[in-house]
Every structure is written in structure tokens, then in C-alpha cells.
Write a protein that binds this ligand. Structure first.
Ligand code: HEC
Ligand code: HEC
Ligand code: HEC
Length: 433
């Protein structure tokens, strides 16, 4: 009897494993020669160029100072270091002998031409939301317009057994979102266009959606904020901790100029998203994305929000003259920061009001500490405008005193273990963005 149960249980396991292997096993797709690659119209190629920019393909496929699209950009994950692939049309080391079918399969299901499963650091779960025509356009652009570069991909530093391709297949089965884009018929065409771009090519959720312990996006908490590359990508929904709610026009201003006076600037990993990615999209697409997020933040009215009271209180808080002899943070803030961060009686673009900004109101001090340490470069935030970094000028103690002072003037509780956190972030390896 017992034996029979064991047999049937192991039988079921074998059948299950067999089915899994059938699912997981992907054939290689035959290589093609460049002469068999279709000729595409200039319009399709131009469309592919725009989409490749909006998908930040070159940000992830080009190391700092390296050759565009030739790969080996380093991604640091809690599972190990991952190197991106060479996606130039080089036949030997790039995707020069990939057919459109092989490219389509990779973009939709994360399977390489030779059949091996790719890591989800390549956001195929989002690219899968795109139409066939849009994926074809990106293929057309890369194959016809990106110079072929011979450069071998470095091996990923993912330890055994996480590096087993079959495990990648299991991960997909458990976590990957393989559904195609589902339009919401209750919403306008513009809203759906915004959702299509955000969920697909622009993959906002890859950074802004929290992940589970195995790195899968938690779709029930879509866009509710998550840590990424030593930064916090804040919540873009009604769960935002910002004292002034995000409206469509605030998203639009932030995403097209790099700064919202009510919230803050696009620094860290958000800087290339805005400057190199979204800036390639036509204005109608930026309106659509902004309208979509304005709706998710549920504050999509065009009226001025009831910001006046909040705003006046924040400006007043910035102007109160604390006892500089007693409060070290206030004294340091007045000398190191206030010369630039002034707003007399109204908000001045480029002079962020720190008592209202997201960095001060997030539950985690990481973004504020990052900005104080390393500043905001001319190609981040508002174009051409710089905030100096204070890494060499202020100690951990100074920075935590300023942060604690700002937090207090913004009416929030002090962050726990602040000075320790400043020390940790200071010594963390820096990623170039
Ligand atoms: C967030 C970073 C990131 C972005 C953005 C990104 N990729 Fe990748 N991509 C990767 C990584 C990492 C790999 C390698 C994964 C692995 O080693 O398993 C990869 C692999 C690929 C591959 C498979 C190549 C091969 O030889 O198997 C293709 C094709 C590809 N990417 C195309 C694109 C295109 C097109 C875009 C833009 C629309 C893009 N990627 C955007 C990180 C990214
Ligand atoms: C590569 C990761 C990444 C991607 C992709 C990304 N973001 Fe961000 N985003 C961040 C980080 C990190 C911050 C914080 C930047 C800072 O404070 O300087 C941020 C900040 C923001 C903010 C400001 C939030 C606040 O409260 O201050 C908005 C709005 C935003 N992102 C919208 C978007 C949208 C819309 C998309 C997709 C079109 C997107 N992001 C894609 C990482 C990302
Ligand atoms: C020389 C002028 C200058 C000084 C000094 C300065 N800042 Fe800034 N800061 C700026 C500018 C300009 C921006 C907006 C940058 C942009 O958008 O390109 C900014 C942005 C910020 C932001 C918003 C970043 C984000 O990601 O939303 C914070 C927070 C900040 N500064 C904190 C400080 C603190 C704290 C000090 C003092 C230790 C300080 N700044 C000193 C000019 C300055």
C-alpha cells in the first residue's frame, strides 16, 4: 500500500518534471545571414529608433564610456553581478544572425536565439506588452542602423545553482507576467496609450513596483515604490508620501523638465530615464503617460490642488529662524544649503523647497543622503543646472544633522539610525547613472 503511494507520488512528480522540461526546453532558432534580413521602410526604422530610446536599451547595453549597444554594462543585484548582452548586429558576438522571429521571442519570453533562458534583469516581461509592429520596428532599427561591434559578453557572476537555465524557466513559470497588454475599455484612448507605454517599452514598474524575495514584481502593489541601485524609486500612486498630491501636470513637468517644484528632481537612475529615454517620445505620448499616472495617483483634476495651506506652511517652516547656537543641523543647513535653497514667498523652479520635496518626505532617507553626498549633475534633474556634492565637505554627523533638521521642519518623525545610514551609503559602491 505504502509502496503504491510512493510509486504514484513519484510517478506524478516525474510526469510533472517531464511537463516542466517540455515547457522549459526552447529550441534554437536558425541563424540567418544579413542578406535574408528584410528591408524595412525609413518610417519603420525611425519608429524603432524612438522606441529603442524610450526603452533605454542603450542605457543598459552600454557601460559608462563604452561602445553603444555592445553590452557588458554591469548590473548589481542581490543575486550577483549581471552583464548585458552585445545587441549590435555583429554576427559572431552580437545579434547579427538573429531572425526577426528570434528577436521577437527574446523580447516576449526572455529566451535567447540559442534557446537558453535570459535573466529577468532584461525587462522582457514589460517588452512583452508591446505590439508585434513595435518590436519589429526596434529590430529594424538595430539591424540597419546600429554599427556592428565585435565584443564578447562577460559571464554573469550568478552563483550555482541560480545560474541554471532551467531555474530561470521555473522563475518565469512562477513570477513572469506573460499576458499581453490589456486595454481598459472604461478609459479613454489617451489613457490606454499612456498605460501601453508605461507598462511596455518604458517599463516604469521595473523600478517603481516592489519585488518579492525572489525578485518577481508584486503586481498587486504596482508602482507603489521600491529600492533600486542604491536609490528609492518612490510610489507613483495615491500611496505617495508627498505632502502635495501628484497631478497629471506635475508628472508632465517632472518627466519633461526633470523637476517638479512641488516634489523634486530626477537624479540617480531616474535621470537617464527622463533625459535619454522619455525625451525621445513625442509630446502627445508624454501627455498620455502623465495622464495615466495622474489617474493612478487619483488626483487627475486640473484645478490647483489645495496646496496653498501646505505650501505656505512649508515656506514658513523654511524661514523660521531656529536657534543656530543650539541646533547644529539648522546651523549647517543655513550655511551649506540655504544660499541656493531659498523660496521667499512662492516656489522658484530650480530652487527646490526642501521642506516639501519627496526626498524629505519618503519613509527612507536614502535619496536625500545620495543627493547631499553626490549632488545633481548638469545632465540630471533640470538640464544644465547643478547642485554640488558635499561628500568631501560634510561628515556623516553633519549630513545626518542636516537631514534630521529638514525632516523636523517638514513636520515628519526623525529617521532612525540616520548617522549609521549616512556612513553605509557613503561607503557603498557608486553606480554611474
Ligand atoms: C534594465 C536593463 C536592460 C534594459 C533596459 C534592456 N536590456 Fe536587453 N538585456 C539586459 C541584460 C542584463 C541582458 C542579458 C541577460 C542575461 O545574461 O541573461 C539583456 C539581453 C538582451 C537580449 C538577448 C541577447 C542574447 O544574446 O541573448 C536582447 C535581444 C536584448 N537584451 C534587447 C534589448 C532591447 C531591444 C532593449 C530596449 C528595448 C533592451 N534590451 C533593454 C538588460 C537590459
Ligand atoms: C531605472 C529605474 C527607473 C525607471 C525605469 C523609472 N524610474 Fe522613476 N524614479 C526612479 C528613481 C530611483 C527615482 C528617485 C529619483 C530622485 O529622487 O532623484 C524616481 C523618481 C520618479 C518620480 C518622482 C517621484 C517623487 O515622489 O519624487 C516620478 C514621477 C517618476 N520617477 C516617474 C517614472 C515614470 C513615469 C517612469 C516610466 C516612464 C519611471 N519613473 C521609470 C527610478 C526609475
Ligand atoms: C549651489 C547651490 C546649491 C547648494 C549649495 C545646495 N543645493 Fe540642493 N539643489 C540645488 C539645485 C539647483 C537643485 C535642483 C537640481 C536639478 O534639478 O538639476 C537641488 C536639488 C536638491 C534636492 C532635490 C533632489 C531630488 O532628487 O529631488 C535636495 C534634496 C537638495 N538639493 C538638498 C540640498 C541640501 C541638503 C543642501 C545642503 C547640504 C543643498 N541641497 C545645497 C542647488 C543647491
Amino acid at each position: 500500500m505504502l509502496k503504491r503511494i510512493v510509486y504514484s507520488v513519484s510517478g506524478a512528480a516525474i510526469v510533472g518534471l517531464g511537463l516542466f522540461i517540455i515547457y522549459a526546453w526552447q529550441p534554437a532558432i536558425d541563424p540567418v545571414t544579413s542578406s535574408t534580413i528584410n528591408s524595412y521602410s525609413p518610417e519603420v526604422i525611425a519608429q524603432g529608433k524612438t522606441l529603442a530610446a524610450a526603452g533605454y536599451c542603450s542605457t543598459c547595453h552600454t557601460p559608462p564610456g563604452g561602445i553603444a549597444y555592445a553590452g557588458n554594462y554591469e548590473m548589481h543585484t542581490e543575486f550577483g553581478t549581471i552583464y548585458s548582452s552585445n545587441i549590435t548586429p555583429d554576427v559572431e558576438t552580437g545579434i547579427g544572425n538573429w531572425s526577426e522571429e528570434a528577436f521577437m521571442r527574446a523580447m516576449r519570453t526572455g529566451v535567447s536565439r540559442d534557446g537558453h533562458h535570459l535573466l529577468p534583469a532584461f525587462p522582457y516581461e514589460h517588452f512583452n506588452k508591446m505590439t508585434d509592429d513595435d518590436i519589429t520596428a526596434i529590430y529594424a532599427y538595430i539591424m540597419t542602423s546600429v554599427p556592428a561591434i565585435n565584443q564578447v559578453k562577460k559571464d554573469n557572476g550568478i552563483p550555482f545553482p541560480l545560474n541554471i537555465s532551467m531555474l530561470q524557466a521555473g522563475w518565469k513559470l512562477l513570477f513572469a507576467d506573460t499576458d499581453s497588454f490589456q486595454p481598459n475599455s472604461a478609459k479613454s484612448a489617451e489613457w490606454n496609450r499612456g498605460a501601453y507605454l508605461a507598462e511596455g517599452i518604458a517599463h516604469c514598474g521595473a523600478c517603481h513596483t516592489p519585488r518579492n524575495a525572489l525578485g518577481g514584481e508584486q503586481y498587486s502593489k504596482m508602482y507603489q515604490g521600491a529600492p533600486i541601485d542604491g536609490w528609492i524609486a518612490p510610489s507613483l500612486t495615491s500611496t505617495s508620501t508627498s505632502p502635495i498630491p501628484w497631478r497629471s501636470q506635475d508628472f508632465y513637468e517632472y518627466l519633461t523638465t526633470g523637476n517638479s517644484p512641488y516634489h523634486g528632481s530626477a537624479a540617480g537612475p531616474m535621470a537617464p530615464v527622463m533625459h535619454k529615454g522619455l525625451s525621445a517620445l513625442p509630446d502627445s505620448d508624454m501627455q498620455a503617460i502623465s495622464g495615466y499616472f495622474g489617474d493612478l495617483a487619483r488626483t487627475n483634476d486640473t484645478d490647483e490642488p489645495d496646496t496653498n495651506t501646505t505650501l505656505q506652511a512649508a515656506i514658513a517652516a523654511q524661514h523660521t529662524q531656529p536657534n543656530h547656537q543650539v541646533d547644529e543641523g539648522a546651523r549647517l543647513y543655513a550655511t551649506a544649503c540655504q544660499a541656493c535653497h531659498y523660496s521667499s514667498d512662492q516656489l522658484v523652479k530650480g530652487r527646490p523647497l526642501l521642506t516639501i520635496g519627496s526626498a524629505t518626505h519618503l519613509d527612507d532617507p536614502t535619496n536625500l543622503i545620495n543627493v547631499i553626498l553626490d549632488g545633481v549633475r548638469a545632465d540630471q534633474g533640470i538640464s544644465g543646472i547643478v547642485m554640488p556634492g558635499f561628500r568631501g565637505a560634510l561628515s556623516d554627523e553633519d549630513i545626518s544633522a542636516i537631514a534630521a533638521y529638514l525632516r523636523q521642519s517638514a513636520g515628519e518623525n526623525t529617521w532612525p539610525k540616520l548617522q549609521q545610514k549616512v556612513g553605509e551609503i557613503r561607503n557603498q559602491p557608486r553606480f554611474e547613472h
